[in-house]
Design a binder for this molecule. Sequence first.
Ligand SMILES: [Zn+2]
Ligand SMILES: [Zn+2]
Length: 254
Amino acid sequence: MKIRLLMPAVDAPSPLQFTVSMLIDDQIAIDTGGLPYLGSIDAQKQVEHIFLTHSHIDHIGGLPLLLDNIFQPGPQCPNIYTGEATWQAIEQDLFNDRIWPDLNRLTREDLAFYRKHILDAHRPVQVGSYQITPIPLEHVVPTLGYVIETTESSVLMAWDTAPFAEFESIVMAIPNLKAIFLDASFPNEMLWLAERSLHNTPGQFQRMVANLPSDIRLIAAHLKPAYYDQLVKQLNGLGLPNLEIACREKVYEF
Ligand SMILES: [Zn+2]
Ligand SMILES: [Zn+2]
C-alpha cells in the first residue's frame, strides 16, 4: 500500500502539518484536512472511503468542502466512517444549517451527499482488499486510531492521543505491523498543555514506544506547526534509530 500525507500550504511546499489527512492508494483517506485541496476534482472523487478519527476541526474541516467540491446529482457519493460520538458532532454541530447546510435535509432518495457508516472500536471493516480496524485512543473527545491491514503489511495511525495503558498490548497484537504514525504535538516544555489537551510531547512519545520492537517504523505526526523546529530537535534527540518525522514529499510504501 502507498500512503501519502496531505499537508497543504498555499504559497510554497512546507514541512508544516497545518491540517491533518492521509491518503492510502488514492482511494482511502484518514481524516480530511487536505482532501479538498487535492489538485483535481477527479482525484477528490477517487477517494471513495473516508475514515475520521474525531471531531476536531483540523481533522473534519475538509469534509464539508470536499463534499461540496465533488457533489453531482445522483446516487454516487463517498462512504464516511467514524464512531457514534463523531457522527453526532458532525450532524449536530457542523451540518446544522448554520456552520454548513444540513446535508441530511437536502438528501433525496435519488441523491446522496455521503453514505454513513458507524464504527465500533475493535470491530474491523473490509474495504476492498484492506481490513481497517478502529482503535480507541486517549484524547479529549472520543477518538479512533486505525489499523490498515493488507495481506502484505499493517500500519497503525495513532493521532490525536496521549499515552494510555493498553497501547502496547494493542500494538503487539497487530500482525505484520510495519509502521506507526504517532502523535507528537507539543515540545517537552509544554507538557502541561499536552496533558490538558491529551496529546504527546516527545517525552511521552518515547514512553509509548519504549518497549516496542525496533523494526517498526515510528513516524512522528501532528507536530504543531509553531513548534516544528523544536519538536524535530527533541524527537531526533530521543536517539531512536527507527524514528522519522512525517514528511509531505514521501510516498510511504508498505
Ligand atoms: Zn484533536
Ligand atoms: Zn488534531
